[in-house]
Design a protein. Structure first.
Length: 115
């Protein structure tokens, strides 16, 4: 029976494999949405991208869905949409992860070719 640890909430939940992470969190009083998105979300269809969580560790994590690939295309694989994650094994989840920004591209200084 998988155990899901929600890091920020300091709460661990046991569940059956095959559960949806968003529904599991909601049933156990854990909000994966911020601010107004608690009301204005897509109800678990992957359209709004507002249930983004960070998977700190996981055993047997389901691959990203097509919706996740579209919503999270420039983000690391640890970022997932809770509504699209199917629980297969133990997980540690960080809700409301900080905004992710890619590292700036460093410009390389080219030296003129010596003649």
């Amino acid at each position: 029976m998988p155990q899901i640890k929600f890091e920020k909430e300091a709460k661990t939940i046991c569940c059956n494999a095959g559960n949806n992470l968003r529904k599991l969190a909601k049933r156990n009083g854990i909000n994966v949405y911020s601010g107004i998105w608690d009301i204005l979300n897509c109800r678990g269809h992957g359209l709004c991208g507002k249930c983004e969580v960070e998977v700190v560790s996981a055993k047997g994590l389901s691959p990203r869905s097509r919706m996740e690939e579209m919503q999270l295309k420039d983000k690391p694989l640890e970022r997932r949409l809770a509504c699209q994650v199917v629980v297969h094994g133990d997980m540690v989840i960080r809700t409301h992860p900080p905004k992710w920004e890619p590292l700036p591209v460093l410009e390389t200084q080219e030296t003129p070719a010596e003649a």
